[in-house]
Write a protein that binds this ligand. Sequence first.
Ligand code: GLC
Length: 468
Amino acid sequence: MTSAIDKNSLLEAEAWELLEESVIYYQGKPIGTVAAHDPQSDALNYDQCFLRDFVPSALVFLMHGKAEIVRNFLVETLKLQSHEKQIDCFEPGAGLMPASFKVHSNGNEEFLVADFGELAIARVPPIDSCMWWILLLRAYEKATGDLTLARQPDFQAGIKLILDLCLVHRFSMYPTMLVPDGAFMIDRRMGVYEHPLEIQVLFYASLRAASELLIPDEDGGDTYLGKVNRRLGSLKYHIRNYYWLDLKRLGEIYRYKDNEFGKEIVNKFNINSESIPTWLTEWLPETGGYLAGNLGPGRIDFRFFALGNLMAILASLASEKESQSIMNLFAQRWQDLIGYMPVKICFPAMDGLEWRIVTGCDSKNRAWSYHNGGNWPVLLWLFTAAALKAGRTELAQAAVAIAERRLFKDKFPEYYDGNNGRLIGKEARIYQTWSIAGLLAAKKLLENPEYLELISFAEGLEVPGCSL
Ligand code: GLC
């Protein structure tokens, strides 16, 4: 009879094997992982290495001392970074990192072909790629202690190019970053344009990483550091003050006056209390809270987005008290946010006329499917890491146990559907790499919470004078 421990390690070995099968080689060296290895579906672009999808794989490799693949990935993707703005409007802006890349060959010669969104469905720009790249560079440093890679001139230049792209002043009145719809993991039209939380939190975390990685130098290094630290301060102030939602805050918004003008006003963004959705007043628990999905002129998107909230805990963008409230929300709305498969990508789903208008009748994003309220196993590693950082280990253990019970049997689907994530996603691929890596990373984090340092940031360690 096999014991529970044996069974557990057998399953883990199976997941490892699947992860290793997903590795992409370039000129004989491992450089990334394919998005999915589904023998039954048309590959489309799932045979490519997506930068965001590689993050959990990279963390797993780093946790197992296999840093070479991560180093190769960082080196090769840096070479792909866009450098010049061309006249053709479909050329990517300088600094942008691709959404994905693939190895092509011409006879014996291999080369990489990158997609900056010019081939992707709906031609969406992957704004999160450059942010994940910086975060991964920091994780690589933390895991290996190798400080030389990020200090190489080409890496310093790459970081600065990303900062040029992200810190540029365009038409925004806020310190948050103005982006088009579908610029991150949710890469379809979902009403996540303007100032979506997911991008703002990644922006904040990547600025924190950049401030650690940049060398102050004569040719402008200090200027960059100064800019980064100023932006960190105002971003943190803005998000903490204006995105945060709990019962107290909801009560304030409910009693807002509108059309206020001038400096000392309460309703700065002209939010109309009638825009508070009816589900929210019942749903928000007494001791729970979260960061709203978006904030713009006359609009708060009250939906709950998991990645932004979890990453806000890891980046210490949410205060310690807020982090506890976010975890309380998970604990008290467990069926909605975790259900039969951690974690719900956003809550609630849009349906009917709202779905028609906001998604443009996107059939893949019908209510409670895919990005529109589906459950994504990849988010398990973020949930586990955030729960551990907030000292809520029991929640992480419970979520990992739920995922483990189903993922092997279901062959690691990309996503699940239904209010509580009970069904395998309608068009989900199986053997989706980040579902495999998400579970492996979560288990490793539970085993050894010290790995948290690869991806988390302590509160208040910004440069003095800039923290709030
Ligand atoms: C889908 C997801 C995106 C992911 C890609 C590859 O397009 O929306 O987030 O990176 O698939 O898995």
